[in-house]
Design a protein around this ligand. Structure first.
Ligand code: SF4
Ligand code: SF4
Length: 438
């Protein structure tokens, strides 16, 4: 694609990067076929190619974004299916990240929308606040039934519709908090490795059992696990809201905390059980490439970051139980399959450890969770969830496995089939408790 940035514009490293990405796009439109919003809405401007044109215009003209541009960028899930499909290697992720950041800086949203986004950006990365908000939301759930439901799914939802979606996502109860930052879990037997495990923010409130399963499995196989003190939210949530200053501050804080731990006690890897977070931590090196103080350290952290399944695949797991009668529908989280290109590994691990694993039809399509998307775009998100659940039902599973808490909550909201994390099943197969009972 031909671009028309001026030399002055190209002196900005972000614009130079956008220029490189835009020039790689050959307008072929292959990406439209796998874009969930194009599949649902059928509007070229809700396809990757359409959004790429809108972003190009916005950046080249260097004017505040128009409401039309904001509408179509906001409807993008950042699922990155387009990157998997694109034959030209267009890095849509870095382009849309830049667009979101520009929108956040240069566009004034309506007051209610600004307020909602500010609340989400404040509450979600803070586990204490998030826990309190979930308790409040639970109390407010009866109110959700009183709020009107639109007859036609809206692609530009109202504040009330979003509040209703938020209340519907609140769980009926919260588990006890998991172990605190600074905890160290020694290995059973001879130590074969030492890793940090990302504590996460929403996940540690909604499902501390996931990291507990990871700790149980790792220590059982000789790996020492540390929950690094002073670690905070990875920044993914605010990054996807376009709030880069917040996201980068969090990234720098985590890099300092993890490398301090690595220098003092050694770390073989930083493990992540929420693939949405893993995709962003693996991108820290890019996000901080222009930061003279942090660029090298950020690249080091990105290289240390691994999805839990990547690390576990390198351990000789000792299965203790066979579950050949249990059919697992494996839901491939977008951040794992498109963001990190981890597709077969989780399924292979589950199969090797005794489960019958089934692929879900249309597995490339997002479930509609996508960070805060199911709150900000609840109608599109619900349609995607219903489609995902219908596809999952086709394989008649006993359980659904996924590697991302956002997907787990989204899918569990529409089915009675138990939804568990891949690591919970692997822990179960290697001597841990059955997921759902611990
Ligand atoms: S990230 Fe997903 S929703 Fe956004 S343009 Fe790409 S395929 Fe479409
Ligand atoms: S598939 Fe790639 S090259 Fe083709 S239009 Fe989409 S982003 Fe551009």
């Amino acid at each position: 694609m031909k671009t028309e940035f001026s030399l002055t514009q190209l002196a900005d490293p972000d614009i130079a990067e956008a220029d490189k990405i835009l020039r790689a796009c050959v307008h072929c439109g292959f990406c439209t076929a796998t874009c969930p919003t194009y599949v649902l809405l059928g509007d070229e401007l809700d396809s990757p190619r359409g959004r790429i044109y809108l972003i190009k215009e916005m950046l080249e003209k260097d004017r505040p974004p128009t409401p039309e541009v904001v509408k179509h960028i906001d409807r993008c899930l950042s699922c990155l299916a387009c990157m998997t499909t694109c034959p030209s290697g267009v890095n849509y992720m870095h382009l849309v990240d830049q667009a979101r950041s520009k929108i956040e800086k240069d566009y004034t949203r309506p007051l209610t929308e600004r307020a909602l986004r500010a609340v989400l950006a404040w509450v979600l990365p803070r586990p204490g606040w998030f826990r309190a908000s979930m308790i409040l939301a639970r109390l407010g759930r009866p109110l959700a039934a009183l709020l009107p439901t639109p007859k036609v799914a809206a692609a530009s939802p109202t504040l009330l519709r979003r509040i209703k979606a938020m209340l519907a996502l609140a769980p009926s109860g919260l588990p006890k908090p998991g172990p605190a930052g600074g905890s160290v879990f020694p290995p059973q037997g001879e130590r074969r490795g030492r890793v940090a495990l990302l504590q996460g923010c929403a996940q540690q409130v909604l499902a501390p059992r996931i990291n507990q399963a990871a700790i149980n499995l790792l220590t059982r196989h000789g790996i020492e696990v540390v929950l690094v003190k002073d670690e905070q939210c990875c920044g993914a949530l605010t990054h996807h809201l376009g709030r880069d200053d917040d996201a980068l501050t969090r990234a720098r804080g985590n890099i300092a905390a993890w490398l301090n731990e690595a220098d003092r006690n050694g770390l073989d890897a930083i493990l992540v059980t929420t693939s949405g977070c893993g995709t962003v931590i693996k991108d820290y090196g890019f996000m901080l490439r222009e930061d003279r103080d942090f660029a090298g350290a950020a690249a080091k952290v990105s290289a240390l970051a691994k999805d839990i399944t990547e690390y576990v695949a390198g351990i000789d797991l000792q299965p203790q139980r066979q579950h050949g009668d249990i059919v697992i529908a494996y839901h491939s989280a977008c951040s794992l399959q498109h963001g990190q290109k981890i597709t077969q590994l989780p399924k292979e691990l589950l199969s090797k450890n005794g489960f019958v694993v089934k692929d879900v039809p249309e597995s490339h399509l997002c479930c509609g969770s996508a960070g805060t998307y199911n709150i900000l775009q609840p109608d599109i998100a619900s349609r995607l969830r219903d489609r995902k659940i219908a596809n999952i039902a086709k394989v008649k599973p006993d359980m659904i496995a996924a590697g991302n808490i956002g997907c787990m909550v989204q899918i569990a909201g529409g089915t009675s089939v138990p939804v568990v994390h891949t690591i919970e099943l692997l822990d179960w197969a290697t001597g841990g408790s059955r997921p759902g009972l611990n």
